[in-house]
Design a protein around this ligand. Structure first.
Ligand code: NAP
Length: 392
């Protein structure tokens, strides 16, 4: 009897961001209103989808005698248990299995995003949908100006005496209450943590999130309406590669739009608290429509230039030309170029998917001005955990 190792997506963790479906070169991934699924008849284990997945929900495998169909997978609320395959079955399928293992091994060896060498070891998946941690809301503050419709909030969740260890760059899952129109529990929504590892309030067991209210958004409206003292179901933490390098010589170039700034607030605050006099540079390229729409505009402006070079960029400021982060990067080429040639430099990109191409092009041109081949440098940086992109 044949045994195959089937590639599956964990419906409990998947945030339905469509990244896997967009990435799959042979259209083996599809979705309905509920789930993203992998068609076993098409999947060739190329692994292109694994690294870009922000949650790791894509990286699930089951040994099966007959593949689960996509219709079966559409119905799942959670992954099926591992099947007990008897010896005879396992042995007779050994060859097929070995082949799949080889393919997996080969593909994994180049495709996985790796953390910076000096990042601390993260804990992941400590709490699941079946066993979430309950956080209490310690604060919910609007951080955009009153003159804009853009309602972005700084929300603090406290875990009391229950352990919830996190690192800068990690994310947590929020389980919104209620059900979908089809009567299923809402799926988990992923948010980057905006506070450093020792808490939003130093030495407290709490984290902060940066949440933008989206029209009709289930989780964003739930979170933005929370009151102090409300309880929230949280799962995670998630993320084992988009992590802050720990050594003080690390130059960190942070490029973000809007709420994509959340992890960089965590990075910056970590540096401010722990390594104010670090040799490594912090550089932030942060794009928003206007100053009043830029989260943390006031507090960011108070950070000293000796700690961080801030490049706040606005696309819709009255009377001024539109500017994107990649435009400002080109203008700052003389500051970025020497860092590109330094092995202690780490680049993190977070926010709108649309900016990825523009940022890449800017880095390519800045590198080329120094006769550096960006494509080769980028591959080297990726392999060494020095280039990280988290966009939606
Ligand atoms: P937004 O307000 O829609 O956009 C922010 C800025 O980016 C605007 O100035 C916008 O300019 C500009 N922009 C648009 N297209 C661009 C492009 N191709 N290149 C460069 N800049 C561009 O952003 P947002 O609504 O806050 O969304 C941020 C994204 O971050 C979301 O997709 C979110 O899912 C993601 N994210 C959030 C978190 C979190 O924890 N909250 C974490 C990671 C990622 P114009 O609109 O004027 O063109």
């Amino acid at each position: 009897m044949t045994v195959l190792r089937q590639h599956l997506i964990d419906p409990e963790i998947c945030i339905r961001c469509n990244t896997c479906e967009e990435t799959c070169p042979i259209d083996a991934i599809t979705h309905n209103d509920d789930n993203y699924v992998v068609n076993a008849d098409l999947c060739n284990y190329c692994m292109d989808c694994i690294a870009p997945c922000p949650t790791g929900s894509i990286d699930n495998w089951r040994m099966v005698n007959a593949a689960y169909s996509i219709d079966e997978q559409f119905e799942w609320d959670e992954l099926p248990e591992e099947l007990e395959l008897d010896d005879e079955t396992s042995n007779s399928g050994g060859e097929a299995d070995n082949e799949a293992e080889d393919l997996l091994h080969q593909a994994h060896s180049g495709a996985r995003a790796v953390p910076p060498f000096s990042a601390a070891h993260p804990y992941i998946n400590l709490y699941s949908r079946d066993d979430p941690i309950i956080a209490k809301v310690a604060g919910n503050f609007r951080i955009t100006g009153a003159d804009t419709d853009s309602d972005i909030r700084h929300i603090i969740l406290d875990f009391g005496s229950t352990a919830f260890p996190v690192l800068e760059g990690q994310s947590i899952g929020i389980l919104p209450p209620g059900q979908t129109a089809s009567g299923k529990a809402h799926t988990m929504r992923l948010y980057s943590i905006a506070s450093p590892r020792d808490g939003e309030r130093q030495n407290h067991n709490n984290v902060s999130l940066t949440v933008k209210r989206v029209d009709g958004g289930v989780a964003s409206n739930y979170l933005c309406d929370l009151q102090k003292g409300d309880e929230v179901k949280v799962i995670g933490p998630f993320g084992d590669s988009f992590l802050m390098p720990n050594h003080p010589e690390a130059n960190i170039i942070m490029i973000c739009t809007g709420t994509g700034s959340a992890p960089f607030r965590a990075f910056t605050e970590r540096r401010r608290r722990k390594y104010q006099d670090a040799d490594g540079k912090l550089m932030l390229f942060f794009g928003a429509r206007t100053p009043t729409e830029l989260p943390y505009f006031g507090p960011l402006n108070k950070l000293p230039d000796s700690l961080i070079q801030k490049e706040l960029v606005f696309s819709r400021q009255a009377g001024k030309p539109k500017e994107y982060v990649q435009d400002r990067m080109r203008k700052s080429a003389e500051n970025i170029a020497p860092l590109l040639q330094d092995e202690n430099t780490f680049i993190f990109v977070c926010g709108l998917k649309g900016m990825e191409q523009g940022v890449e092009e800017a880095l390519n041109d800045i590198a080329a001005s120094q006769k550096v081949d960006w494509a080769a440098l980028r591959n080297d940086m990726l392999a060494n955990g020095r280039y990280h992109v988290e966009t939606y």
